[in-house]
Design a protein around this ligand. Structure first.
Ligand code: S3P
Length: 427
């Protein structure tokens, strides 16, 4: 797919699709609750459709229409044994969260996913689940999927997680619903807290204090109405585009601004970006706002590290693009987790931005970007990673010559209408 330097500003209003993390959880928690869960603004991306299909395979009726999805939950112990291997597609969230639920069932299951999922580390969930007494193993014995999970009673644990990962935290908390006491997880830095907020909203006894979240077993979970906010990780591409294309002014409606997810906004502010939050509200425990983003001619470099990292982990590729256009040096540290996402996003961003003539250097856990100099287009392979494809589509708006993105269709994972929305804002 071909992209050109922007010849006119981005203007107009846009509602980005529903939040991916929240959409997954609404289906999962709806499935293990009693009664019906209605989900509006559900993300119809391939990842969330993988979650729907896994729960359908376990006997949960899910009606999916463009307006809403209805999940007819069967309670904590109502899932039935799947007749085939559960296919999590490209979705790490599906694989890791569902493993926590499956560990607590009285049936055996096997789950797998695409080539990328089969390379991603699952030891990070196999270890705590094994400590809880679960029977879970990597079938190829390399710490990756396919995973085989057998029925075994679960014990409560207090888990000190080596990584700030909401997928790990959520997996352990979900298994904790089936354990014999209070299960807690302490992280090195706070990761997104959608599981804690939504489980509580569905009736679980969840407590959060500092870096520790805990859950009591055997709650009465009730179906609920979940209004999914727009995904800040999807909004991030248009925030960056509006900031870097001269004359732009874009209103992004109804975007989730949960403080465990809003690192992109904090970084943009530190770079001097013109972003105003309007109409701030609360939607089912999740804060949302409209974001008015205006072209900012002199963005400046910044330092991104430490506790900020988990709050913007999926936005680092587009932040790297923004940094390439900003004056001065941007340093990204403590971001080694990026190496084990859908692709090795650290290496790919460094290699492909270098191919576009950006001056940057990869480090063990991040990158150092010398921004503010002109760069050119290149041929970029997405490696089937949706966030790589979208980041380079936006980079191309600032590049002096055309860019070609190979395998650009992978945006289907999290933002199926991304290219149409980008074209609409440029019309
Ligand atoms: C997610 C958590 C993050 C994020 C992923 C979605 C979630 O992964 O990168 O896209 O929904 O819990 P980690 O928790 O492994 O960092």
């Amino acid at each position: 797919m071909q992209f050109q330097k922007a010849v006119r500003p981005l203007r107009g209003e846009i509602s980005v699709p529903g939040d991916k993390s929240i959409s997954h959880r609404a289906v999962m928690f709806g499935a293990i609750s009693e009664g019906t869960t209605e989900v509006t603004n559900f993300l119809q991306g391939a990842d969330c459709l993988s979650t729907i299909s896994c729960f359908r395979s376990m006997g949960i009726e899910i009606k999916n229409t463009p307006e809403r999805i209805l999940v007819h939950g069967k309670g904590l112990h109502g899932l039935s044994a799947p007749s085939a291997v559960l296919d999590c597609g490209n979705s790490g969230t599906t694989t890791r969260l569902i493993s926590g639920i499956l560990a607590g069932q009285n049936f055996s299951s096997t789950l797998t996913g695409d080539a990328s999922i089969q390379k991603r580390p699952m030891g990070r969930i196999i270890n705590p689940l094994t400590q809880m007494g679960a029977s879970i193993r990597s079938i190829p014995e390399n710490g990756c999927a396919p995973l085989a999970i057998n029925s075994h009673p679960l014990h409560a644990i207090s888990y000190l997680s080596p990584v700030a990962s909401a997928q790990v935290k959520s997996c352990v908390l979900l298994a904790g619903l089936y354990a014999d006491g209070k299960t807690s997880v302490t992280e090195p830095a706070l990761s997104r807290n959608h599981t804690e907020l939504m489980l509580k909203f569905f009736g679980a006894d969840v407590a959060s204090e500092g870096l520790t979240a805990s859950v009591l077993p055997d709650p009465d979970l009730h179906g609920n109405l979940v209004r999914v906010p727009g995904d800040i990780s999807s909004a991030a591409y248009f925030i960056a585009a509006a900031l870097i294309v001269p004359g732009s002014e874009v209103l992004l409606k109804n975007v989730g601004i949960n403080p465990t997810r809003d690192g992109m906004l904090r970084v943009c502010r530190a770079m001097g970006a013109d972003i105003t939050l309007l109409n701030e509200q609360n939607s089912g425990g999740e804060p949302v706002a409209d974001l008015l983003v205006r072209y900012t001619p002199s963005l400046s470099g910044t330092v991104i590290e430490g506790e900020l990292i988990p709050t913007l982990i999926d936005e680092i590729p587009i932040i790297a693009v923004l940094a390439a256009t900003a004056n001065g040096t941007t340093v990204i540290r403590n971001a080694e987790e990026l190496k084990v996402k859908e692709s090795n996003r650290l290496d790919i961003m460094v290699n492909e931005l270098t191919a576009m003539g950006v001056s940057l250097e990869g480090t063990d856990d991040g990158m150092i970007i010398e921004g503010g100099k002109p760069f050119h287009g290149a041929q970029i392979d997405s490696r089937l990673d949706h966030r790589i494809a979208m980041s380079f589509a936006i980079a191309s708006l600032a590049a002096e010559t055309p860019t070609e993105i190979l395998r650009a269709g992978c945006v289907d994972i999290s933002y199926p209408t991304f290219y149409q929305d980008l074209a609409r804002l440029q019309a």
